[in-house]
Design a binder for this molecule. Structure first.
Ligand code: 5GP
Length: 180
């Protein structure tokens, strides 16, 4: 009988849920879809730090297009209006005006982060914006979001590994693990 591989990150135990081999297969599939859909154009990939750094690195190596990549971060700050916490896109140091943009995200949970990001990026007048995520939790979505590229849909459980962290740790693990 095959034993489930479990690990400890800080005070929590996790069991492997998406193996490195499956991740590789799905990343290659999505890269192929992007290469096909964007044939003839030069997209700008915008990878959202920190969680997407490993996914972005692997994805880009399988994209067969002339393309650029830039890295952005999202900062929350206390706004003065009633919506409270506003997320700001920082580090957008590339002109995306008139360019096709592909956002590279680690995981879409409620979808609020991506919704804010889309809103901000639209202000820079790109030709188009698509979302490419490693993971998606469909049952948690709170907003209507068009996620064009997704490597894997997962249940509503906390995951770490392959760039995703638990309190800063676990990003370096090759597989993806779910909390148990
Ligand atoms: P959303 O705005 O879609 O609710 O949140 C997206 C962000 O929440 C992700 O970029 C990620 O930083 C964090 N997040 C959501 N679910 C998980 C999870 O299961 N594991 C980890 N490590 N981060 C998560």
């Amino acid at each position: 009988m095959q034993q489930t591989q479990t690990i400890q990150v800080l005070d929590k135990a996790f069991a492997v849920s998406v193996t490195a081999a499956e991740i590789e297969k799905e990343v290659k599939r999505v890269a192929k879809e992007i290469s096909r859909d964007y044939a003839g154009s030069q997209p700008v990939f915008l990878a959202v730090l920190n969680g997407s750094f490993i996914f972005a690195a692997d994805l880009l190596r399988h994209v067969d297009l002339p393309c650029e990549i830039s890295f952005v971060k999202l900062a929350s700050y206390q706004g003065t209006n009633t919506t409270g916490n506003i997320r700001e896109v920082i580090g957008l140091n590339i002109d995306i005006t008139g360019r096709p943009v592909i956002i590279v995200e680690d995981i879409v949970d409620t979808g609020l982060t991506m919704a804010h990001m889309l809103e901000t990026l639209k202000g820079h007048n790109p030709a188009s914006i698509d979302i490419c995520t490693l993971l998606l939790k469909p049952s948690k979505l709170q907003v209507k979001l068009d996620v064009r590229y997704c490597c894997k849909e997962i249940p509503d459980d906390f995951v770490v590994g392959y760039g995703l962290d638990y309190d800063g740790f676990g990003r370096n693990m090759k597989d993806i693990y779910t909390i148990i």
